[in-house]
Design a protein around this ligand. Structure first.
Ligand code: DSN
Length: 422
């Protein structure tokens, strides 16, 4: 960070400013492969740090509990209209603070404590808030969970249907955090209809791909679409709930006053900008490039002898099963970090190891695609990952340092959106 980038911060709080500056350098110099992260544009960054921060706005546009909302109403209404247009939905609520509160609002709208709810098990690729035991959603509700087939790593829709018909859950969640394959929303809709359940598509990971036409849309199939705004969608840290008109009141009431207080207006503004950006042809190209890069990276990793859950990817995400490499996920992830490649360790389906020390690593291509890397670079990325995992097995810190130098070199040629340094 230069003094001119955040001069007021630098002068008021040099210590904190130095942490931000260090993070800017880290984000510029490293190859960021965490599939739920991205780089927002300078415009999104600016919109997220405005005087909109100074307002309290409990309520909704035109129906607030505070005066002085002339401009805030316009900001929120714009974000809502853009969300509806981009995702083809009747209604959008842009106030959820993030993905977990958004999902909790769905429970509040449609279920009572103790009701049965159904989602994908966390170790199979689901999300905590889909009824997993350690989450409030799994202790206040009775969570029943589906998974993937051991032989294919794919969702077994017949098993999902059998479980849904046996349990008749109030809510069924589809989507998750470690799913490398296309979600068949129509199949889930048929199952939910038979079981009499409300169907929720949690598309947090793939919202940008949906917006860009690189993944089928759930809009015509599900009751509620829940998404964060900061992953492939490339907005600020926030969330949205979208639904058909018939559910609009229940959703709005659940978000406010059911669960939250005043919306974070500065975030709403950043979401509005991100939605505008996501409606441009360049974003369609971006979304397709994310998938093309992930497929090319998966192919290159397979060539290097890696075992990938489900054998590859249809989207932005790849789940590497390191069982055959004799390097567990956490050791590999930490070695990759030292090599300048940022990933997260992750459970793989039927993982014999514990979640805090699992067998896999999860990677994805949203961030590197935002920097302009393309399919031609993916063999090199796979080579770095392979060399780093080998180095981790041997404890070869010199090899990791050599990879880090190569990574820093390449990243310098691909400036990151929103960052001054590269
Ligand atoms: N933490 C998010 C992810 O990394 O996928 C899910 O909430």
């Amino acid at each position: 960070m230069s003094a001119s980038r955040h001069p007021a911060l630098l002068s008021a709080d040099p210590e904190l400013a130095s942490f931000v500056a260090a993070e800017e350098v880290l984000q510029a110099q490293t190859l960021r492969l965490i599939p739920s992260e991205n780089y927002v544009s300078a415009a999104v960054l600016e919109a997220s740090g405005t005087v909109l921060q100074n307002k309290y706005s409990e309520g909704y546009p035109g129906r607030r509990y505070y005066e002085g909302q002339q401009n805030i109403d316009r900001v929120e209404a714009l974000a809502i209209e853009r969300a509806k247009g981009l995702f083809g939905v009747d209604h959008a609520n842009v106030q959820p603070y993030s993905g977990s509160p958004a999902n909790l609002a769905v429970y509040l709208a449609f279920a009572k404590p103790g009701d049965t709810v159904m989602g994908m098990a966390l170790p199979m690729g689901g999300h905590l808030t889909h009824g997993w035991g350690v989450s409030a959603t799994g202790s206040w509700f009775r969570g029943v969970q589906y998974g993937v087939r051991a032989d294919t790593g794919l969702i077994d829709y017949d098993a999902v249907r059998d479980l849904a018909l046996a349990e008749r859950p109030k809510l069924i969640f589809c989507g998750g955090t470690a799913l490398p394959r296309t979600i068949d929303f129509a199949a889930f809709a048929e199952i939910a209809r038979e079981a009499g359940s409300i169907l929720v598509a949690d598309v947090a990971h793939i919202a940008g791909l949906i917006a860009g036409g690189a993944h089928p849309s759930p809009a015509d199939h599900v009751d509620v679409v829940s998404t964060t705004t900061h992953k492939t969608l490339r907005g600020p840290r926030g969330a949205m709930l979208m639904c058909r008109e018939e559910h609009a009141k229940a959703i709005d009431k659940a978000v406010f006053p059911g669960l939250q207080g005043g919306p974070h207006n500065q975030t709403t503004a950043g979401i509005a900008v991100a939605l505008h950006e996501a409606a441009q042809p360049s974003f369609t190209a971006y979304a397709h490039q994310v998938v093309a890069n992930a497929k090319a990276l998966a192919a290159a990793l397979l060539q290097k002898g890696f075992d990938l859950v489900s054998g590859g990817t249809d989207n932005h995400l790849i789940l590497i099963d390191l069982t055959g490499k004799d390097v567990p996920g956490k050791i590999a992830a930490k070695a990759l970090d030292r090599a300048g490649i940022v990933v997260n360790y992750n459970t793989v389906p039927f993982d014999p190891r514990k979640p805090f020390d699992p067998s896999g690593i999860r990677i994805g291509t949203p961030s590197l695609t935002s920097r302009g890397l393309s399919t031609e670079h993916m063999p090199l990325v796979a080579d770095w990952i392979s060399r780093a995992v080998d180095a981790a097995a041997k404890g070869d810190e010199q090899a990791l340092a050599a990879i880090r130098a190569e990574v820093t070199d390449l990243m310098a040629a691909f400036p990151a959106p929103g960052l001054p340094l590269s």
